[in-house]
Design a protein around this ligand. Structure first.
Ligand code: CA
Length: 727
């Protein structure tokens, strides 16, 4: 396995980096920065965000706007704009940029309409810019309690806003749906969409269908039950709620089909939540009046604990179609029956017309984590085709007679009792990073990656008030991969051009960093735009993947680009800022890296733009010289116990095997000065000293001896790594 490691230039203060994100204020605040300007350009912007059904359905009549995160209701993320094209993209350059005041991960696709750009950032903040020059119109901070960050599986990110009739909507990491005035950023209404006693979060963008705002949530690593809710856009009043998994049958069923779904579960799954959160993908077909939602993994992952004896566990890992008017069920297709590997079907869903076997078909497409690319009939959910887009070893193929995967029995690690390295792993063959379907080439461009995990069942589900409860032994899983050494499966990432009709690869463009991924945009100019983990924003030729243009952005990019026009001139924009810059060399222990600051920015480009980023300070450091752990403490049993607890509670943020791969956001604890002092260590782990940065007290989740055991493990890990580096 290739392991990425990163080293902070501020290594001795590494632990304090947890607090380097700004401390959100405790109360919501809109900060009007600039008075709304009077007309200075050919087009007077209204900043009115006067989006309605007519405009959203007729999206192609105003190609200069990007009115919803997926651009069109079918979320193809393809633009008919062609001013910027294969002939002139080499002259594309920065025209304005805006620094973002949070250093955590940035995953949002912006929305551009009526002269303004609206974008959400980490901690569920929202910014509005004048698209002409990036003037900040207003900024909104919902005042999320930073302690809520511990409930977010994968950083306090947000993937975008929705706009409707003068209102901008954002879901917050603490479970609120907030409506903001598009011109002032003032809060119009706010509703709590979750049971606040449970570890739900919201990271996905709201969608709007006919005056209803639809929002899902996340939390299936922590023991919750998934659902989506629709609210009246004008008032915030709840219109309907749809549960994706059944609750306790003794309490009755909220929806009739949940009775059928409950037949596919065993045991007392409702006491564990069950999972099935709808944390990202949705799409809408106006002709069919169907809302598509992507349903997540089981909670806990390990099915033998969640539903002893198996069962399909509907509607986990399903693509579902609902009537958006009343939230009633229309159809479902389950990608991974009896899910046990974190194979969510929450990945990007898109609706398109494809010519299949001489027939025009309206289809739904998805490339979920499980590694198969699915094409379904949009009206009925009938499976048309499914093929592997990355190597897969949990199933041999999808049987088109039964519509089900043909599993490799050993991959179901829980039933056989034999641990197994399964691919894809929980990061998926494709994760949330948006794809794009080009109407020019009829290809889908998707950020694919080959990942794996050692799956080792934990026979007892450990549930605490902190950390993941997934029913797997993470440390044993990591050891399984480590023991495989060179025999472990390959790890790599690439931008993949996929022909969805013939279900085959057309070209691929390899990525430098083996676990990187970033969202994609395609255009009628024959271009595919994508950022990368090395801080480059690139344009590729859509028919062969040739790199035509590249700009350095000084920040890792994971979000998807968009394109729009300003006074008739085409622009391209992307929100930069990943969890941090990764190592420059695909890292072995001892490699060096650049400064790991996370230069989060909105970047906007046009032909002949003349803005320049500030000079970056290159800070090549020798990592080996800075890793300086205190003397070892504890015996081998203590260290082994510390590794167990670390794997369960700490590794999600601070990195597997004690090595952080995102030090700009989550410190690499091997470098912590606090390792030298039991008191300094306890004041954070138990005392909650760094809660302002999101590092809450883990007092409720740890036995008395655990914090010292974790400290002993990290010191041992750092000592071993230091020896390896200096050898
Ligand atoms: Ca998950």
């Amino acid at each position: 396995m290739t392991r990425l490691i990163g080293f902070s230039t501020l290594a001795t203060a590494a632990l304090l980096i947890a607090a380097c994100g700004p401390t959100p204020e405790q109360t919501p605040s809109a900060i009007p920065v600039t008075p709304i300007p009077t007309a200075v350009s050919a087009t007077t912007p209204s900043f009115g965000a006067a989006v309605n059904t007519e405009r959203l359905v007729a999206f192609d009549s105003e190609p200069g706007n990007w009115m919803s995160v997926g651009r069109d209701y079918g979320e193809q993320r393809y633009s008919p704009l062609e001013q910027i094209n294969v002939n002139n993209v080499g002259q594309l350059s920065l025209t304005w940029y805006a620094d973002i005041d949070t250093s955590r991960g940035q995953e949002a696709t912006p929305v551009v309409v009526d002269g303004a750009m609206y974008v959400s950032t980490a901690w569920s903040h929202v910014k509005a810019y004048d698209v002409r020059d990036g003037t900040l119109l207003w900024a909104f901070d919902p005042g999320v309690d930073p302690a809520k960050g511990v409930d977010a599986c994968c950083d306090v990110v947000n993937r975008g806003v929705a706009v409707w009739e003068g209102i901008v909507f954002v879901g917050t990491i603490d479970g609120r749906l907030i409506a903001l005035d598009s011109q002032t950023g003032e809060q119009v209404w706010s509703v709590v969409t979750i049971d606040e006693t449970k570890p739900y979060t919201i990271t996905g963008a709201p969608r709007i269908v006919k005056g209803k705002v639809i929002i899902g949530n996340a939390g299936a690593e922590y023991g919750v039950r998934g659902y989506v809710t629709a609210y009246d856009a004008a008032t915030g009043e709840q219109a309907w709620r749809y549960y994706t998994v059944p609750g306790n049958p003794a309490d009755g069923f909220e929806q009739p089909e949940l009775e059928m779904a409950a037949q596919t579960w065993n045991g007392e799954w409702w006491t564990l939540g069950g999972g099935g959160t709808v944390w990202d993908a949705m799409a809408y077909d106006a002709d069919l009046n169907l809302l598509y939602i992507g349903v997540g993994n089981g909670s806990p992952w390990n099915q033998s604990l969640r539903s002893p004896g198996g069962g399909d566990n509907l509607f986990l890992t399903s693509i579902m179609a609902l009537n958006p008017d009343d939230g009633t069920y229309r159809w479902h297709y389950q990608t991974t029956p009896g899910e046990t590997w974190d194979y969510t079907a929450t990945q990007h869903i898109m609706v398109a017309d494809l010519m299949i076997d001489g027939q025009q078909r309206r289809v739904v497409m998805q490339a979920p984590k499980n590694g198969f690319f699915y094409v379904l009939d949009a009206a009925t959910g009938q499976l048309i085709s499914a093929e592997k887009f990355v190597p897969v070893n949990w199933a041999s193929h999808i049987d088109l007679e039964t519509d089900r995967p043909v599993e490799i029995p050993e991959a179901r690690y829980d039933e056989t009792g034999v641990p197994m390295i399964v691919y894809p792993g929980p990061q998926g063959g494709h994760n949330w990073h948006p794809m794009s379907f080009s109407q020019r080439t009829n290809l889908v461009y998707l950020p694919a990656r080959e990942q794996h995990r050692g799956y080792v069942a934990d026979p007892v589900l450990i549930t605490t008030d902190r950390g993941w409860n997934i029913g797997l032994d993470s440390s044993a899983g990591a050891a399984l991969v480590e023991a495989a050494g060179d025999n472990a499966p390959q790890t790599q990432a690439y931008l993949l051009a996929w022909d969805p009709v013939n279900q085959r690869e057309v070209w691929r463009s390899p990525r430098l960093v083996p676990n990187e991924a970033a969202g994609v945009l395609s255009t009628a100019g024959g271009l595919v735009f994508q950022g990368n983990a090395s801080g480059e924003f690139n344009a590729y030729k859509d028919d062969n993947g040739e790199l035509l243009w590249s700009a350095m952005t000084q920040a890792m990019i994971v979000a998807a680009p968009i394109t729009f026009t300003v006074d008739g001139v085409q622009h391209v924009a992307v929100l930069a800022g990943g969890r941090s810059l990764p190592t420059t060399g695909a890292g072995a222990i001892g490699s060096t890296t650049r400064a790991s600051t996370n230069n989060s920015r909105m970047l906007v480009f046009k032909i002949g733009g003349n803005a320049q980023l500030p000079d970056e300070l290159p800070q090549e450091v020798s990592a080996a010289g800075e890793l300086n752990p205190p003397p070892m403490i504890g015996d081998s049993e203590t260290i082994a116990h510390g590794e167990q607890v670390y794997g369960r509670l700490c590794s999600v943020c601070h990195g597997a095997s004690g090595i952080s791969d995102s030090v700009g956001t989550f410190p690499d604890l091997r470098y912590s000065a606090r390792l030298a002092s039991a008191e300094a260590w306890h004041s954070v782990v138990i005392g909650g000293e760094l809660v302002a940065g999101g590092m809450v007290s883990f007092a409720g989740a740890l036995e008395t001896a655990d914090p010292e055991a974790i400290r002993a493990y990290i010191i041992a890990r750092a000592t071993a790594d230091r020896e390896a580096m200096t050898r």
